[in-house]
Design a protein around this ligand. Sequence first.
Ligand code: FAD
Length: 396
Amino acid sequence: MSEDFRSTVRAFLETNLPDDWRGIGALTEEERAEFAPQWRKKIFDGGYLAYEFPKEVGGSGYGVREAAIIQEEFLRYGAPLTTHPNDSFFLKMCGPTLLHWGTEKQKEFFFPKAFSGEHKWCQGYSEPGAGSDLFALRTRATRDANGDFIINGQKIWTTQAFSANWIFALVRTDPDAPKAKGISFLLVPLDQPGVEVRPIRTMSGKSEFCEVFFTDARTSADMLVGPENGGAKVALTLLGFERGSGAAGTAMQHKMTLERLARLINERGLADDPSVRQRFGWCVERVDALDAMARQIVDTAAEGAELGPESSFIKLYATEFDKIMLEFALDVLGPDALEYQGARSSVEVGLEPKGSPLDSGVWIDNYHLSRAATIYGGSSQVQRTTIGERIMGLPR
Ligand SMILES: Cc1cc2nc3c(=O)[nH]c(=O)nc-3n(C[C@H](O)[C@H](O)[C@H](O)COP(=O)(O)OP(=O)(O)OC[C@H]3O[C@@H](n4cnc5c(N)ncnc54)[C@H](O)[C@@H]3O)c2cc1C
C-alpha cells in the first residue's frame, strides 16, 4: 500500500512540475514569485498543502505514514510543500495546536483562511528577557468590559512578522500567579493601530525577523486558545510540533545533503584524502542514526502516541549534526565558499538539498541556516536540559 502511495505522489510531481525542473532553489526571485501561486493551487487541489490535517478542517486526512512519504518525495524532487515563508507557522505550529486546543468556531474560521493563503501567521513567543526562559514573558493582556483582550508589551525575533497579518502570542493575564501559571495563548490580528512591526536588520543585510510592539492592541474574547492562565500548556503543545514535525523529511533531507556532499568531494578530487574520508564516514553514521530515529518517531506516531519531550532529542541531534556537516562541506568547497554561486537555500526559498553539488550558494545558505537552527525553537542547551530532566529523569 505504501509503495502504491509513493507512486501516486511521484506521478503527481512528474505531471505537475515544469519539464526542466531543477529544484525550487534554482529559480530566481522573479521566477519564484510567478511559480508560487500556481504551485499553491496545484498542491492544494492535489491534497498536498494541508496533507497532515483531517478532512473536517479542509485537509486531506492522510495518516502519519503517508505524510512521511509526501515529505520524502517532495524533497527528492526539490518541490516545496509550502509556498510562502509564513506558511509553516500555521501548517506546522498553530494549525496542529488548534486541532488540540482550539474551539470549533476557531477551527471553522482559521483553517480555510490559512490554507487559501489569506491569513499569514507569525509566532509571538520571545521577548527581550524571555527567550530560553520563555515563561518570564511580560507582555500583558487585560480584559475590557466586553471581555475582549487589550494587549501591551513587546515581542522580539518574530520571523516574517512584516509579511504576516496574524500572530499567535503568549501574554501574561495574571501577573500575581507564579510565572508559568499566569500566561494565556491568544490569536491577534496584526493589521490594527495598536500594533507596530519593526524589521530587525541582521548582519546578512536582510530582515528576516522583527520586533512587534503592542500598545492597547485588541483581540476579541473568542481568540483565547485553551484556558485563561493555562496558556503554558498550549505553548508547550506547539513547541512539540515545532521541534519534532517532519522527522521523515528531516532524515530524507540529510540523506540528500550527504549524497551532494559525496558528489562534491568527488568533483574536488578529494575522495582518497584520509581526513576527508574519515569526516565523511562519521557523517554517514550520523545520518543512518537520524534515519533510524525518524522511523521510530513515525512508527510511534502511527500507533497514535503523541510526540512529547522526545521531540527535543531529534531537534538537538539533527541541528547539532548539521552544523558539523556543513562546516565540513565549506572546507571541501575551499575558497569557493566565499562567494554565492548557483542555486540558493534560504528562509524565503525553503531548504534546497537538490541543487548541484557545485552550487556554493546552497552550501553557504545551509551553513548559515544551521547556525540559527540550534537557537530557534529552543536552544541546544535548553533541549539538553529537557532531555536530562524529562526523558532521563535526572534531578532538576
Ligand atoms: C533564526 C531565528 C528565528 C526565530 N524566530 C522566532 C519567532 O518567529 N518567534 C519567536 O517567538 N522567537 C523566535 N526566535 C527566538 C528564539 O526562540 C530565541 O532566540 C531562543 O529561544 C533563545 O532565546 P534568547 O535569544 O533570548 O537567548 P537566551 O535565552 O538569552 O540564551 C542565551 C544563551 O544562554 C543559554 N541558556 C539560556 N538559559 C539557559 C539554561 N537554563 N541552561 C543552559 N543554558 C542556557 C542559551 O542556550 C543561549 O546559548 C528566533 C530565533 C532565531 C535565531
